[in-house]
Design a protein around this ligand. Structure first.
Ligand code: APR
Ligand code: PHB
Length: 399
């Protein structure tokens, strides 16, 4: 019997983008500006993706990419420019000066806000972006006319395209359409996670504080002059119910506090547990499917690299797609995976290094703890070591 359930034939585009996170949305905008058509398919609602609390540190390169995408007006107005971070250990707080060491700064601006800006830039001129799609499936990826089938608004649809961009995050479906045996995965699990809160209180410090302590890691970050974002190292299976707000503030103070320095407290607006994992899938291409962002790799959040890496991928992918659709050459698409992976592995190393230096595994022995403190002391006193941290953090390490 003929399947007539795909009752909206003729839906066509150049690039089918799966996922409306920062990777998929930024790619859609970069392509749009070059006159390349795309359709973005997202399985969650607009409200959900616009309120998911995620990372918040942008490298200069990420800001430039968002400017190129025409989505940086609010970011340039409201983003907080930071020229350094603090590293704290053994009761001492040290500053790493990015400006002096790497000639660069970072911008603190929530991923949630980046996503809102990208969505409104996409939908205002009527760019195709469908929320609440389901049953996304990819077909004919090794031909020059791949197809994407999905359900939306109670009906089945089929989208014909030339290229599929798999920007559907770590739990997406695109990766699963790569033929068995093609993808190689490399991973590391960490024996800890982060308990994070968003609180309605002015940040207690002008810059981020990454703190090593014998009670575990803590991070003081922010979203705006009125909003603090704070994290505590916890167990991966930690039960949030055992962490009433008062206990969280007490623990944060114990890990971040210094004689004469207190953390300001305020109403907790949101709390959650962030797992920690390092994971890379290679290659990032299969036929006409190109993976980007969390769909291809995950970093633990300690170096603030996840969002920046996702944006770097789509910057390269957009350039390669311009060469393909406008320049008529496929060589940049052919080298996309290899070019991305060089940066991916640099950032994987940096994120793993920051994570290992700052977190205390539950069963850590005193030797490991002494090594961490020695490494922190070296990083904050040797200008060569401090520069290594700075150039990686701001995104200027060569790859
Ligand atoms: N169909 C359509 N959309 C999907 C599907 C699916 N089957 N599965 C997942 N998605 C959507 C998710 O709902 C999400 O909105 O894909 C999007 C992926 O977005 P992100 O997870 O934000 O991933 P990415 O755009 O690569 O951005 C990476 O996000 O997780 C953080 O730390 C990470 O900051 C980094 C950034
Ligand atoms: C954040 O503000 O959410 C944040 C900042 C720095 C990190 C991770 C997360 O390393």
């Amino acid at each position: 019997m003929t399947d007539r359930s795909y009752d909206v034939p003729g839906l066509r585009t150049q690039v089918a983008i799966i996922g409306a996170g920062p990777a998929g949305l930024a790619l859609a905008r970069l392509l749009e500006r070059q006159g390349i058509d795309s359709v973005v398919l997202e399985d969650r609602s607009r409200d959900y993706v616009e309120h998911r609390i995620r990372a918040g540190v942008l490298e200069r390169g990420s800001v430039e990419l968002l400017e190129e995408a025409g989505c940086a007006e609010r970011l340039n107005k409201e983003g907080l420019v930071h020229t350094g971070i603090c590293l704290q250990f053994a009761g001492e707080r040290h500053r790493i000066d990015f400006d002096e060491l790497a000639g660069a700064s970072i911008v603190v601006y929530g991923q949630t806000e980046v996503v809102k800006d990208l969505i409104s830039a996409r939908v205002e001129p009527g760019g195709p972006l469908l929320f609440e799609v389901s049953d996304v499936a990819l077909h004919d990826l090794t031909t020059s006319r791949p197809r994407v089938t999905f359900r939306h608004g109670g009906r089945n649809h089929e989208l014909e395209c030339a290229v599929v961009a798999g920007c559907d995050g770590s739990r997406g479906v695109c990766r699963g359409h790569v033929a068995p045996g093609v993808l190689q995965s490399y991973s590391r699990d960490y024996p800890f996670a982060w308990l994070g809160i968003l609180a309605a209180v002015a940040p207690s410090n002008d810059e981020l504080i990454y703190a090593h302590s014998n009670r575990g890691f803590a991070l003081a970050s922010m979203r705006s002059p009125e909003l603090s974002r704070l994290y505590l190292q916890c167990r991966p299976d930690e039960d949030l119910a055992t962490w009433p707000d008062e206990r969280i503030w007490e623990e944060l103070q114990l890990r971040l506090g210094l004689p004469g320095w207190e953390l300001a407290k305020g109403p907790v607006l949101e709390k959650g547990i962030t797992p920690m994992r390092s994971l890379v899938f290679e290659p990032m291409q299969y036929g006409r499917l190109f993976l980007a962002g969390d769909a291809a790799h995950i970093v633990p959040p300690t170096g603030a690299k996840g969002l920046n890496l996702a944006l770097r991928d789509v910057g390269l992918l957009a350039e390669a797609l311009v060469d393909f659709f406008i320049g008529g050459t496929s060589s940049s698409l052919g080298s996309y995976s290899e070019r991305c992976l060089r940066r991916v592995w640099r950032y994987e190393h940096f994120s793993w290094w920051m994570t290992s230096m700052l977190h205390l595994p539950e069963n850590a022995n005193a030797f490991e703890q002494k090594l961490q403190v020695a490494q922190l002391r070296y990083t904050t006193t040797s200008s060569a070591a401090a520069r290594t941290l700075a150039e990686n953090y701001v995104g200027l390490a060569p790859v």
